[in-house]
Design a binder for this molecule. Structure first.
Ligand SMILES: [Zn+2]
Length: 265
């Protein structure tokens, strides 16, 4: 059938659109929001390691990229927990504060949490949880992990800093440690593959928030009484750099030193 000129154009446009949609669908997961199934981070861990603690993006902006995640605040003032779309600040006074959208973060990692699989993790320590999850996940991908339930014990820390900012390894030497027995709450975790070394924290990184919003922080130790781990495999990655971004750097082993409890205190 011979088509009139305008009809031929419409047919071409239709075919082009169909092919484009097909290509996009094959490459990009089905998205319910523009940043679904995407891990977004502000700055890099190496920049934070170098003492770049000035807030670069507001939490109002961060909420555009996720409702779940972890990070820190302007001036390294506390541990950030993003859970169910709300942002909480665990400060060195041991208290938890709600975060206004106008507050800023120098380093954070968030995603929209969409459950893929659930596992019981009853009786596990933090190390046992990590070993257990290693067998369940594809370690070459990003994961958001939430572990909800009753904990026998949770040990957290918080930090703060002031100008002139020291490197992160020195700032965490003044971390304040908190312990809580028999607490109900959520471990909010991000898993990054080894290839993210220097960009984010390779392996598992957990923060905690109690159900009554009175206790939390960066997790050093935990023992589960009865809980469920829910994982969200996240195949896409998005990185936002501050306007005055400086890449910093870290020595081998430094990231471990800031994530774990210092042995010599
Ligand atoms: Zn942390």
């Amino acid at each position: 059938m011979k088509l009139a000129k305008p009809s031929r154009w419409i047919l071409c446009l239709f075919l082009f659109q169909t092919l484009s949609l097909y290509a996009v669908e094959r490459l990009v997961p089905q998205q319910t929001t523009p940043f679904a199934e995407t891990l977004t981070q502000i700055s890099t861990i190496n920049s934070l390691m170098a003492g770049n603690f000035d807030g670069a993006f507001t939490f109002g902006e961060l909420k555009h990229y996720g409702d779940f995640g972890i990070g820190t605040f302007n001036s390294l003032d506390g541990e950030m927990i993003a859970l169910d779309g709300k942002i909480f600040q665990a400060r060195v006074d041991g208290k938890i504060y709600p975060t206004p959208d106008s507050a800023k973060t120098p380093f954070s990692t968030v995603t929209f949490f969409e459950p893929d699989e659930k596992f019981p993790v009853t009786g596990f320590s933090l190390e046992e949880i990590k070993k257990f999850l290693n067998d369940k996940i594809n370690t070459n991908f990003f994961y958001a992990i939430r572990i909800d339930g009753d904990f026998n014990y949770v040990k957290t820390r918080s930090v703060t800093s002031k100008k002139p900012y020291p490197p992160l390894v020195d700032a965490v030497k003044k971390q304040v440690i908190f312990e809580k027995k028999d607490v109900r709450g959520t471990l909010v975790g991000i898993y990054c593959p080894e290839f993210m070394n220097g960009l984010n924290v390779p392996g598992y990184h957990f923060h905690f928030l109690s159900d009554d919003r009175s206790f939390g922080g960066h997790v050093l130790e935990a023992k589960v009484n009865h809980a469920t781990a829910t994982i969200d495999k996240t195949p896409a990655f998005n990185m936002l750099l501050p306007a005055d971004f400086s890449p910093g750097g870290s020595k081998k082993g430094d990231i471990d030193r800031v994530e774990k409890e210092p042995t010599a205190r």
